[in-house]
Design a protein. Structure first.
Lengths: 290, 278
């Protein structure tokens, strides 16, 4: 098999593969920086929680409108926003910490979703929502994915400084009258938006993978924010491309292939990462003089 | 008593209305879950002077700073900031409040002191960058600008936060246990910086635990044990009798504490317990 056949022909020959590739790249552009901020804010499990929280919205939309990606996306978005706002209000109004209030709301949301699907849907539908089908991304879905990626990058660029300060020293921003809560909520809405974008392509469970794995890997290579962002983006983009190729050549489901590729990047980083990779410990290099 | 003395000492700077930039507490009560942590405290911090806040753990010292800087709302009474804008009151929190492993460079942290002009979206000016370099040099960290903060020691990180305060150029500077866990040399150098703020006419309010440090560097002291035990010249405040009273503050959490009626007039012979602490 020539390199061309291996690396590009699937995309040259099949429109659905081109759609899938562009969809994955757009998704990677939005998800990777969001994941990095989740990791830096010690909210790594939040993406996971939110991915469950959007399930009932998608399920209700599916029951009412059938397998309409638009309806399911809007439903998921609404469910996610309700959970974000409710958990945010509870965090600010009571002594419950953010993780506890998110856990409570997402569990209620998830249970409602499972209840709805098992009563009025079928297991096939549930599998579809949980694992997605990137190979079925059509033109409308592509526009949605591209829009989400654009909005995410624009909002992050605009709120970058506030978000960084809010993560590093929230009291400072608050004491300067800086309204850090706005940056925080804007960020949470971006998380929901990207998960909704991800779930039609990869499924709700897999979309989190494209957020967290590149971000966690980047932490093992770089120590400054711009470099971290670049590395996370690079890994997410490459994982999307290679994962699709593996899925095509190996006749494997696309979502798990993409996430496992990102997982491989994570394990390589874990072993060889310049900042804290395990190999440096195994090598047991002598310490420096100063 | 010592409180009155304090007003007298600054009568020439402090006419009837609080001057701009003077921080005053008016019968201030701060609570957690209805239980007072700062209870009916009144007085004014000497403008352009160094005031130490001392008192036992749980006396409400950090809470008071948070209320002055606006991180906490008064349950009763008020904090008056004499028309200062939020950015004119700089605040150094206890170190634990900051995510020190965040991937930021030292100069980025120092430049946060320029927040009121750069804000969420604005440009960081060339002059701000230059002032950041100068501030780093003043705290003894010249050339550290590009270093990531997670590689700094606790002492170096505190120096970085002092550089941020320098850049903030605020009229009032609040420090919460600024020298805890620092070595003698770092403490001495940062104390020198605090002394220079006094020469520049800034008001400094610092929560401290080392009485010797307070006696030798801070002319004014507020001794707090939920209530104001004494407030005024350090020598008259830090007496053994006052310290004994402060340390006698009840440590236990009274779940059944009755509602406080101290401000309700006319006062009958008060049946409740805490009014007798004077």
């Amino acid at each position: 098999m020539s390199p061309y056949e291996l690396l590009w022909q699937p995309f040259a020959d099949f429109a659905f593969m081109r759609h899938a590739l562009i969809g994955c790249l757009a998704l990677a552009l939005g998800c990777a920086p969001i994941g990095l901020f989740l990791v830096l804010r010690r909210m790594s499990l939040m993406g996971d929680a939110m991915s469950h929280a959007i399930l009932p919205g998608a399920a209700i939309a599916f029951i009412v409108y059938g397998l309409s990606l638009t309806a399911m996306s809007i439903g998921g978005l609404l469910a996610g926003l309700v959970v974000v706002l409710a958990a945010g209000v509870v965090t600010r109004a009571t002594q419950l910490k953010e993780d506890a209030s998110f856990a409570a709301f997402y569990l209620v949301s998830l249970a409602s979703g499972v209840l709805l699907v098992s009563k009025w849907g079928s297991n096939v539908d549930l599998m579809h929502i949980l694992f997605g089908t990137v190979l079925a991304v059509d033109a409308a879905a592509l526009i949605f994915l591209a829009s989400v990626a654009s909005i995410t990058l624009l909002v992050l660029a605009l709120f970058y400084r506030a978000l960084v300060v809010e993560s590093f020293d929230p009291e400072f921003l608050q004491s300067m009258g800086g309204r850090g809560a706005w940056a925080h909520f804007a960020f949470l809405i971006l998380v929901v938006l990207n998960l909704v974008a991800g779930f039609q392509a990869l499924g709700t469970l897999m979309a989190v993978g494209l957020m967290m794995l590149p971000a966690a890997s980047a932490r093992l290579w770089a120590k400054e924010l711009p470099a971290l962002l670049a590395i996370a983006l690079g890994i997410a983009l490459v994982a999307g491309y290679i994962g699709l190729l593996i899925s095509y050549h190996g006749d494997l489901p696309s979502g798990p292939s993409i996430i496992l590729t990102a997982g491989l990047a994570y394990f390589v980083s874990l072993a060889f990462g310049a900042r804290g990779g395990l190999i440096w410990r195994w090598l047991g290099r002598e310490h420096l003089e100063a | 008593m010592s409180h009155a003395h304090h007003h007298h000492a600054h009568a020439q700077h402090a006419p009837a209305a609080a001057p701009r930039g003077a921080i005053a507490l008016r019968n201030l009560t701060l609570t957690y879950h209805r239980h007072p942590v700062v209870h009916h405290v009144s007085g004014q911090f000497a403008p352009g002077e160094l005031t130490a806040i001392v008192g036992p753990n749980g006396a409400g010292k950090s809470t008071l700073l948070k209320a002055i800087v606006g991180l906490m709302q008064a349950n009763h009474g008020s904090v008056e900031t004499g028309g200062l804008k939020p950015h004119e009151i700089a605040y150094l929190p206890q170190q634990a409040a900051i995510a020190r492993d965040f991937p930021l460079a030292v100069q980025d942290v120092v430049l946060l002191g320029d927040w009121h002009s750069s804000g969420w979206f604005g440009r960081v000016s060339r002059s701000a960058r230059q002032r950041a370099d100068e501030a780093l040099a003043r705290v003894g960290l010249a050339g550290f600008g590009k270093r990531p903060v997670d590689e700094l020691s606790a002492g170096q990180f505190q120096r970085v936060l002092f550089a941020r305060l320098l850049l903030q150029d605020a009229r009032v500077i609040l420090l919460d246990e600024p020298f805890t866990a620092l070595d003698a040399r770092t403490t001495a150098e940062l104390l020198e910086l605090v002394a220079s703020w006094r020469r520049e006419g800034r008001t400094v309010i610092a929560v401290l635990h080392d009485y010797e440090q307070v006696r030798s560097h801070f002319p004014h002291t507020l001794l707090l044990a939920k209530e104001c035990i004494a407030w005024g010249d350090t020598a008259t405040v830090l007496t053994q009798a006052n310290l004994n009273r402060a340390n006698g503050m009840p440590q236990s959490w009274d779940e059944q504490a009755p509602v406080c009626h101290r401000d309700e007039t006319p006062l009958p012979t008060p049946p409740h317990d805490h009014a007798h602490s004077h």
